[in-house]
Design a protein around this ligand. Sequence first.
Ligand code: HEC
Length: 145
Amino acid sequence: MQTSLLKKNHLLITIAVMIAAGASVATAQIKKGKSRAVQTSQWMRGVIKPHCDGLKKGLESPPADDKAWEQLAVHAAVLNESSYLLMDDGRCPDGVWANAATKTLRNGSSELLAAIERKDASEAKAAFGRTTAACKECHEKHKEK
Ligand code: HEC
């Protein structure tokens, strides 16, 4: 009786430890990948936000010259590449994240890049709106408020 109760307790503790470990892996996955150094928040702050802001500002009025269009293309291309990086290193936890990165962000930013290459300011604005829908889509589930 004693031993079986002890065994039962031991089993319960083992299960609890396994659940706790699993939970911390799941959080680590969102905040950071498996082996690479960069934290998700650092990528957001250092790469995604500045390029997103650059696009927002650059599209407020139609770009003045080729140099301005080229700069917009840099911003759009970096956001597009980020749609791949966000999926790397085991960082992606689920289908919401995957859809936001590989569909909304990737398609939006490639349409944005195409519009920039055609120097179509109004389509670029529309595609920028579709690109930033990805931010909300992913943050709603995965960014702590
Ligand atoms: C596929 C998921 C995903 C997408 C897409 C995404 N983010 Fe994030 N973002 C996150 C997560 C997760 C965090 C919270 C990270 C943390 O707190 O560890 C975050 C945090 C941030 C932060 C706060 C960073 C800090 O700690 O100061 C900013 C700013 C940000 N994102 C901007 C953006 C913008 C702008 C876009 C769209 C162009 C975007 N993000 C798209 C997942 C995403």
